[in-house]
Design a protein around this ligand. Structure first.
Ligand code: WT7
Length: 630
């Protein structure tokens, strides 16, 4: 492939990478998927277990409500655990975990299967049945994976809420999902401090009804409130006879719901993205295998949080479906020192590291010495996800961390896509900052406002032309919004919400969100959530939030507020409002800056024109102002 003529700065795969790769010839791989797209996914599905085979691979009779592997019976938890327990893999480590304070846990497939069955039996004893929703609110500890797998085993729909979210975000997600059970940790360690998860949950539960049982996992051990009759300790339940390690598994239809995961949308409340057992497992199994070239002997580390889609697909389900060894670390990359990641790569012999541009930029600023103190020779492949990676950070990652021998898989995808979509595989020539090309078989386009294709190197709306197995099925409880949000701007196309360019070599360059979603440190937040948190404070009459470029975080939140009569702007009020947003949404949503203003730019119909605020801050042309009220 090294003889390919490509424009710009290109990094070609090393010989070792090519010799090792599952996909040696990407072009051939792509051709095969294009010639028979359905056959490609069908063949991938053959690698997993089905209690009953599908009648049809893709059913598009009710577009855009696509169905995959219809008629098939399966269970993703079975494919993650039971399948391996019957082979020599039963003794292989499924999960290696290190806590922030250095605690260590390792679980074989055999043990993880047992723990999952025990947890599933506890849920069953509480009356949880197929189709019930269970909210999970924890830090990065093994129990989060066990709880997810346990739900899947009995057909319950899990809704994981990221442990960095706070009272109102949790409340809203519990209430919208109508969860019966909440699984929560007493707390989580974050930079030596305790995040009081149970306390936050107690406050959220005062606002939300519906939760009958709360299972509390002990992690931090501080005193917490346990409400009699509602709250129970996991370790106590686990030692009861009902929590035995044999749990009958629910046989699921391929299209039965597996989980909902809330994500921020353009307006109003967060959207519940629905994924199902059958197609999702095929999509994440196969993309992880090919993109990270996953081998049986690998130790793979996805440093994301299980509370986001990256963790769902590529910490929990993807690795386990592949029978891989997945490493999970509880804490932050730079606590107590900026060598935490490098230390663990050396200690555990990690072969594949998958992290975010924010983490890379954050570690880069501490200099090379922190990295060079450690033996990182086990690393084979690197990955990046969550936001565009700037070429400078890419090159540092490539040279200093990967020593110039590890290709970087810059994977573009979304909560909605469930799996990698625009991504290289290890032998694809790389251009820093580009996710390269679509995963074989997927078709993307870049359109202008009128729905016409833009020319090479021109920016436009990134859309997807054909369905894929791990795709969102609907917005849970709101199918109309699903159609409206994703399929109405350009009928027949899935709208990603991102803008992008494609260069003359066919490489994609994702620029960022074009809707009211802000990516802060790779975390997805809606302007609406931040604004409604601000407005829920007694001093605030109106609020607007925008994202502005930030060196480390990618974007930082800037807010504008109009105060109610009787309130004066002050440094104290600024701090109080920041804390208030932190308390309601979560620490990641705290505005970097809040400006007190007398008016906000609005359309005649009263919508805040955030792009005008943004243009003003950046000293740019605000564009078409014909709809501006004044
Ligand atoms: C949005 C989706 C996919 C898992 C984590 C985020 C941005 C994601 C990349 C990338 C440029 C990226 C997009 C996308 N994004 N990966 N490699 N390059 N941008 O999932 O929270 O649903 O966010 O993240 O803007 O639309 P998410």
């Amino acid at each position: 492939m090294a003889d390919q003529k490509l424009n710009g700065e290109v990094f070609f795969p090393k010989e070792d990478t090519i010799n090792n790769a599952i996909v040696k010839d990407w072009n051939q791989f792509k051709l095969k998927a294009e010639e028979n797209y359905i056959g490609f996914w069908e063949e991938e599905a053959e690698n997993l277990h089905w209690f009953k085979r599908w009648d049809k691979v893709l059913d598009d009779s009710e577009k855009p409500f696509y169905k995959w592997f219809t008629g098939a019976k399966t269970n993703i938890s079975f494919n993650c655990l039971d399948v391996h327990v019957k082979t020599a893999r039963r003794n292989k480590l499924a999960l290696i975990w290190e806590g922030e304070k250095g605690e260590f846990e390792a679980m074989s497939y055999y043990r993880l299967h047992q723990e999952t069955c025990r947890f599933a039996n506890i849920l069953k004893s509480m009356g949880v049945v197929k189709g019930d929703r269970v909210t999970i609110y924890m830090g990065r500890i093994p129990e989060i994976a066990i709880a997810m797998l346990a739900c899947a085993r009995i057909g319950a729909i899990h809704s994981v809420v990221y442990g960095g979210f706070s009272v109102e975000s949790l409340h809203e997600r519990i209430e919208d999902s109508q969860s019966k059970v909440l699984i929560v940790a007493d707390g989580a360690y974050q930079r030596g401090k305790i995040v009081p998860l149970k306390e936050i949950a107690d406050e959220a539960l005062k606002r939300a009804g519906g939760i009958e049982h709360v299972i509390v996992v002990k992690r931090t051990g501080q005193d917490i409130n346990m409400e009699f009759g509602r709250d129970m300790w996991y370790h106590e339940l686990r030692s009861l006879p009902i929590a035995n390690n044999d749990c009958v598994l629910e046989i699921m239809d391929a299209e039965d719901p597996l989980f909902i995961l809330y994500t921020s949308g353009t307006t109003g409340k967060p959207k519940a993205i629905l994924h199902t057992h059958g197609g999702y497992q095929v999509g994440v199994y196969s993309t992880l295998k090919y993109v990270f070239d996953l081998k049986d002997e690998d130790r793979y580390w996805c440093a994301a949080d299980p509370g986001w889609i990256t963790g769902h697909s590529y910490i929990v389900y993807g690795p386990l479906l592949n029978g891989a060894t997945s490493f999970m670390y509880e804490g932050a990359p730079n606590y107590p020192y900026p060598n935490r990641y490098w230390q663990m790569i050396e200690k555990y012999g990690i072969n594949i590291l998958y992290t975010s541009p924010t983490a890379i930029r954050g570690l880069m600023r501490f200099g090379d010495a922190w990295v060079n103190r450690h033996d990182l020779s086990s690393l084979r492949i690197l990955g990046s996800v969550g936001e565009p990676i700037n070429p400078e950070a890419w090159k540092w990652y490539y040279k200093t961390v990967g020593k110039g021998k590890c290709p970087i898989m810059d994977t573009w995808w979304q909560t909605e896509t469930g799996m990698f979509m625009i991504t290289p595989t290890p032998t694809v020539p790389l251009k820093p900052g580009s996710g390269t090309k679509a995963f074989p078989g997927l078709q993307f386009d870049i359109l202008d406002e009128n729905g016409d294709k833009v020319a090479d190197n021109e920016e436009g709306y990134l859309v997807i032309k054909n369905p894929w197995p791990a795709m969102i099925r609907t917005l849970w409880g709101d199918p109309e919004r699903y159609v409206q949000q994703y399929w109405s701007k350009y009928p027949g196309y899935y709208l990603t919400g991102d803008s992008a360019k494609r260069d003359e070599d066919g490489y994609f360059w994702v620029i960022g969100r074009v809707d009211d979603v802000i990516k802060v440190s790779g975390y997805r937040l809606g302007t609406a959530e931040i604004e409604s948190a601000l407005v829920s404070h007694k001093a605030v009459a109106e609020a607007a939030a925008i994202g502005l470029p930030h060196e480390i975080k990618g974007n930082a939140i800037y807010a504008y507020v109009i105060l109610r009569a009787g309130f004066e702007q002050s440094d104290e009020l600024f701090e109080e409002l920041r804390q208030h947003v932190g308390h309601e949404v979560g620490p990641i949503a705290k505005p970097e800056q809040i400006k007190f203003v007398n008016s906000l730019p609005k359309t005649r119909s009263g919508k805040i024109m955030r792009r005008v605020l943004k243009a003003k801050e950046l000293g740019l042309d605000p564009g078409n102002l014909s709809t501006l009220e004044e």
